[in-house]
Design a protein around this ligand. Sequence first.
Ligand SMILES: Cc1cc2nc3c(=O)[nH]c(=O)nc-3n(C[C@H](O)[C@H](O)[C@H](O)COP(=O)(O)OP(=O)(O)OC[C@H]3O[C@@H](n4cnc5c(N)ncnc54)[C@H](O)[C@@H]3O)c2cc1C
Length: 309
Amino acid sequence: MLRSFFIGLSTNKPFRAFSERSSIGRRVSRRFIAGMSVAEAIEAAAALNAEGISVSLDSLGESVLEVSQAEESAAVYHQLLDAIEARKLRANVSVKLTQVGMDIGGPGAGPALAERIVGEMVAHAASFGNFVRIDMEGSEYTEETIAMTERLHTKYPGAVGTVLQAYLFRTASDVERLIAGGIRIRLCKGAYKEPAEIAFPAKSDVDANYIKLMQRCVSSPVFCGIATHDEAIVDNLRAFVAEHNIDKRAFEFQLLYGIRRDLQRKLVAEGFGVRVYLPFGPEWYPYFMRRLAERPANVLFLARNFFKS
Ligand SMILES: Cc1cc2nc3c(=O)[nH]c(=O)nc-3n(C[C@H](O)[C@H](O)[C@H](O)COP(=O)(O)OP(=O)(O)OC[C@H]3O[C@@H](n4cnc5c(N)ncnc54)[C@H](O)[C@@H]3O)c2cc1C
């Protein structure tokens, strides 16, 4: 019930506007958001690199409805790519299609605009051997996100990949589709509210599907990101790679900034590749609410820290 409450709040516009403007909101969100500016995000990425952790930088924003906003989001990503290259960071970027115009109506907007903007980012990243990950959003975008990734991968092989969500029934076949195309996959459980016709309603089924798909991903020749904080799943993968003699560097674990920092460090110490997804920027609200939805106990955790600091 609390999950639905926070997912509902994540799309509540008046509460979002109020929270993003308020200094209390910014203070509370700090645990999961690495700062408000490119400079702060780059410093946070450098600090993680120093601990042996790679990064994927996410300039927060989604569901933009003006072409100018989509272009502004793109400009931030180009700055990030230049800063990553200038500082020689072990970092790439993650972007959402609704942040670069996917939902905007009218000629020259919508998917065509999103593809043009993301295509320019991928070209920029490819020019110095970097990589753009297209995040996965709600199921209304799944097919178009995969198809766009495939088209961009054909133009810039290896410089773009996307995300598949284990809660969707279709994902088993999408995993095969992307592996066949040599396209990098980030596998996650899925963070949106989906109907029972297309997604497993029970968490135990999502977890079981995740394990099956994860084992398939790490056994494939494609470099995949195993995006989870679920320790039972991490244990399963440790045992699976040991049993099948899979190189620890043939894949990487991916975790969110500020979540299970103990596990992040432990995996690095064990010799696994670890990447942290590092979100930043003033439009933090929907991302933050989805993190509360995943673990409502975070509300208590944040409240305790708020009054301590
Ligand atoms: C790097 C990365 C990228 C992602 N990208 C996408 C994407 O593009 N699209 C998408 O739909 N989803 C994305 N997600 C979110 C994902 O789908 C899940 O919603 C989220 O990771 C929680 O699932 P879990 O695998 O950690 O397992 P869960 O079963 O939800 O959690 C397992 C354990 O992890 C810990 N944990 C999990 N979440 C939190 C939290 N918020 N705060 C504190 N502890 C927590 C708790 O100890 C919990 O018991 C991404 C996740 C990661 C790690």
